[in-house]
Design a protein around this ligand. Structure first.
Ligand SMILES: [Zn+2]
Length: 245
């Protein structure tokens, strides 16, 4: 038994905090009084005590990790509430951090997105319906800003529909042709020399069968082709050469 120097009560030894350096090995004040005194001391010197603790943490953060992890595990709800509050107060930092995570795992992320799209078709459909107007505007803007790619895509789609794209289709060269044609200031179309769809022939969607025509020439040509024209002759030569190889 021992008398507390603060409240004066006579208490059992286990009611006192241990203090190895003290004469009898215990604090002079009981646990209850010590806790109150500690709280008062903290309230009075909060700024200084916090600054010291922060400096100690910054000097060696790893040292505190096990303790932090244990606290997180013991108080999951408190942690979640705190982090939610922090995220709401710092939206820019959250966005930056998401961007960083995305770009450092871009392949993994796009694969994940692809998988999500494949396994949630009904959600994707609902999203498309909900954002139909915005998507329409975005697509139109993309087509305006990427005319060459949009044109190449459209031509490839039309050719694929007609099953006119050969296995060896020179995608990049054809896209380059569309891109290059954009530098031509006169209005023009990229034309299939042998039409993709015609009663007599079925031209291929490939570099050798493409030509740049003025809009007037292309529209007056319509879906026909001139059997004796230079480009058809040229195409014949290319074809016979390819067959001979
Ligand atoms: Zn006491």
């Amino acid at each position: 038994m021992k008398v507390c120097t603060i409240c004066g009560a006579n208490k059992a030894l286990d009611e006192f905090d241990k203090r190895p350096l003290a004469k009898i090995g215990y604090h002079s004040a009981c646990k209850v009084c010590s806790a109150i005194a500690r709280k008062e001391r903290y309230a009075k010197n909060k700024a200084r005590i916090n600054a010291v603790a922060r400096a100690k943490y910054a000097a060696n953060p790893l040292q505190y990790e096990p303790k932090r992890a244990a606290l997180r595990q013991a108080n999951p709800e408190r942690c979640a509430a705190y982090s939610q509050k922090w995220r709401a107060a710092n939206p820019d930092q959250v966005r930056e951090s998401h961007k960083k995570i995305y770009w450092s795992n871009v392949e993994k992320m796009s694969l994940k997105a692809k998988k999500y799209r494949a396994t949630n078709p009904e959600k994707m459909l609902a999203y498309r319906i909900k954002n139909a107007e915005a998507n329409k505007i975005n697509s139109a803007n993309w087509r305006v800003n990427n005319r060459d790619r949009a044109n190449a895509k459209r031509a490839a789609r039309r050719a694929a529909k007609l099953q006119a794209t050969p296995r060896w289709y020179e995608k990049s060269a054809v896209e380059w042709l569309y891109l290059d044609s954009q530098t031509n200031p006169a209005p023009h179309h990229i034309d299939h020399i042998l039409p993709l769809k015609n009663k007599k022939v079925c031209g291929l969607h490939c570099l050798a069968n493409l030509q740049i025509l003025s809009v007037f020439d292309n529209l007056s040509k319509g879906n026909c082709f001139d059997q004796d024209s230079e480009s058809i002759k040229q195409l014949e030569i290319t074809r016979s050469l390819t067959i001979n190889i």
